[in-house]
Ligand binder design. Structure first.
Ligand code: 9MG
Length: 259
C-alpha cells in the first residue's frame, strides 16, 4: 500500500511527493504485490480530514503515473465521492472505504462507478476511535455491522460479487478486541464475500512485542500467516516480498491433501 500523506504512521511520510510514491509503487510491483492501495488521507488514530483538492492531488496523479506503466489493480483508499470518481477515471479499480460507504453520497457514487468496494468496520472516527472503544460482543457486533452494510450496498446497486469486507483491525478496537477478532476470523467467511484484513505494522503488534513501528516486520508476518490460515483472501501489507514468502508456505499447506 502507499500512503501519500506526510503523517502516515507506518511509512513515516516517506511517500509524500508523487515522485517518491511512484518510485515506491514500482518497487512494490516488482516485489510481486497483487493490488496497490493508494491513499491520500491518514487514517491513524487522532488524524484529521484533509480537503478534497489536497487528497485528489496526492492520489490521482500517482494513479495516472502507475497506470502509465502497469495494469496492476489499484485500490483507492478514500471516503470522498469526488476522489472516488476521479481516481477510478484515472485507473483505480477498487474503492477501499474505511467508512463502509456511510459518508454522504459515497454509496451512490460507488454503485454508479461499478467497481469492487471494500467495506470496513470502524467504531467512531479516526480522530476519536481509540479514546474508549467499547463492545458487548466485538465479534458479533462487527459481523452484524458488515452484514448490514453488505445489504445496504446491494440495495444501492452494488453487485454482491463486487463486495469485500474487512473487520477493521485497530479502528476503534482495544488490543483485546483485535485479538478476539483475529481469533474469530474464520467466522467472517460466513458473510459470503471475500475477506480483507490489515494488520501490518499496527499498534496491536507494537503493544504485544513492545516494539516501535519500524521493528514490527516479524510480528506483521506472523499476523499475516494467522490471517491467511483462518481464511483471509486479501492481506494489506507493507513488506511485500517477506509476506509473500510466508503466504506461499500457507498456500502450500492448504493445497496439500491426504492421499
Ligand atoms: C487505509 N487502511 C489502513 N488500515 C486499513 C485496514 O486495516 N483495512 C482497510 N481496508 N484499509 C485500511
Amino acid at each position: 500500500m502507499i500512503n501519500t500523506t506526510p503523517d502516515s504512521f507506518s511509512d513515516g511520510g516517506r511517500y509524500d511527493t508523487t515522485e517518491n510514491a511512484f518510485r515506491h509503487a514500482r518497487q512494490l510491483i516488482d516485489d510481486g504485490v497483487d493490488i496497490l492501495d493508494v491513499g491520500g488521507e491518514s487514517t491513524r488514530p487522532g488524524s484529521r480530514n484533509v480537503d478534497l483538492d489536497e487528497e485528489r492531488e496526492r492520489t490521482v496523479p500517482l494513479i495516472k503515473a502507475v497506470r502509465g506503466v502497469s495494469d496492476i489493480p489499484i485500490s483507492i483508499d478514500t471516503n470522498k465521492p469526488g476522489v472516488m470518481q476521479q481516481a477510478v477515471e484515472a485507473g483505480a479499480t477498487l474503492i477501499n472505504s474505511i467508512w463502509a460507504l456511510q459518508l454522504e453520497n459515497s454509496l451512490e457514487v460507488a454503485a454508479e462507478l461499478g467497481v469492487p468496494v471494500c467495506l470496513m468496520h470502524m467504531q467512531g472516527t479516526p480522530e476519536t476511535m481509540q479514546k474508549n472503544p467499547s463492545y458487548t460482543d466485538v465479534v458479533a457486533e462487527v459481523m452484524d455491522f458488515l452484514r448490514q452494510r453488505i445489504d445496504v450496498a446491494i440495495k444501492a446497486g452494488i453487485k454482491q460479487s463486487n463486495i469485500i469486507v474487512d473487520p477493521g483491525f485497530g479502528f476503534g478496537k482495544t488490543l483485546q478486541h483485535n485479538l478476539l477478532l483475529l481469533k474469530s476470523l474464520a467466522k467472517f467467511k460466513t458473510l459470503g464475500v471475500p475477506l480483507l484484513v490489515g494488520l501490518s505494522r499496527k499498534r496491536m503488534i507494537g503493544t504485544i512485542l513492545d516494539k516501535p513501528v519500524d521493528q514490527r516486520l516479524y510480528g506483521s508476518i506472523a499476523t499475516a500467516v494467522i490471517a491467511a490460515m483462518l481464511g483471509a483472501d486479501i492481506i494489506r501489507v507493507h513488506d511485500v516480498p517477506q509476506t509473500l514468502d510466508a503466504i506461499a508456505m500457507v498456500n502450500a499447506l492448504n493445497e496439500t491433501e491426504f492421499e
